[in-house]
Design a protein. Structure first.
Length: 263
């Protein structure tokens, strides 16, 4: 792992992305639309009362934080890794004096910096207009930080190992699309996990997708605490370790059978 070269690659990628920041601002805005729709749906449904113990202001806080968490954990590089393998562009990366993983990390970090330049001010304006209710103490804030880091690691490596199926199949991106659909359904975007029907709620708690987005939001908004929070962290760490191991196995085995001309 050539960390010095990797950091130089991250800087170069960030400068490159900044040249096209208008495009990425539009992309970030598109990702904001679904949570905004459900923000207005649930805050309107709550009105002056509660829905499942969540008030209108708490729905606003939940979805505004979810917008930030979703942007910070979303891994756009999982959509490009499969193409790099299928079209032979991985050849050039394998010749560099650093792991190809650095290319994905460079895009991840550079992208998130560019997205946040747009998303944070917009979210602040929405917060001033919609007046969220957030009752987060020091404990929730401290717990939120590792929950967010683990959420990004889980989402990144889970999508990455799915993308590495391109070593064996030409359309691995279809599985990445299925992952995004499950994240949308089970990670608290349609509704907080606590409001999902029984069967869906059980699936959300057991499967990894909630821990990619919804769990950090639930931590800082106080929807999970005590033993439920500890259990959530244990499951999140377990799925993150599993995703990293799957990435490692898929990379080693896929690289043995990788052949390409050109690139």
């Amino acid at each position: 792992m050539n960390h010095r070269g990797g950091w130089a690659l991250i800087q170069r990628t960030w400068l490159s992305w900044m040249q096209y920041r208008s495009f990425f601002f539009l992309l970030a805005f598109g990702w904001m639309i679904p949570p905004l729709i459900y923000l207005f749906v649930w805050s309107t449904a709550a009105g002056s009362q509660d829905v499942g113990g969540i008030s209108r202001g708490e729905f606003v806080a939940y979805y505004l934080i979810l917008i930030l968490v979703n942007q910070l954990t979303y891994s756009q590089t999982n959509w490009t890794v499969g193409d790099e393998i299928c079209y032979g562009r991985m050849n050039q990366m394998l010749l560099y004096p650093m792991s190809p993983l650095y290319h994905a990390l460079a895009s991840e970090i550079a992208g998130k910096v560019v997205y946040m330049i747009f998303v944070v001010p917009v979210t602040v304006v929405l917060a001033l207009v919609l007046r969220p209710e957030l009752h987060a103490g020091p404990g929730e804030v401290l717990a939120f930080i590792p929950a967010l880091v683990l959420a990004w690691l889980l989402r990144f490596f889970w999508g990455y190992w799915l993308a590495l199926l391109a070593f064996w199949a030409a359309r691995s991106d279809a599985l990445v699309a299925v992952q995004d659909a499950l994240v949308f359904l089970l990670a608290g975007q349609i509704a907080p996990v606590a409001l999902l029907p029984g069967a869906l709620q059980d699936l959300a708690i057991a499967l990894p997708f909630r821990y990619m987005v919804g769990f950090p939001v639930e931590v800082i908004t106080g929807q999970v605490s005590g033993s439920a929070m500890i259990t959530g962290f244990v499951i999140q760490i377990g799925w993150t370790v599993a995703a990293m191991l799957l990435y490692r196995v898929m990379w080693q085995r896929g690289l043995r059978r990788y052949t390409a001309i050109g690139g």
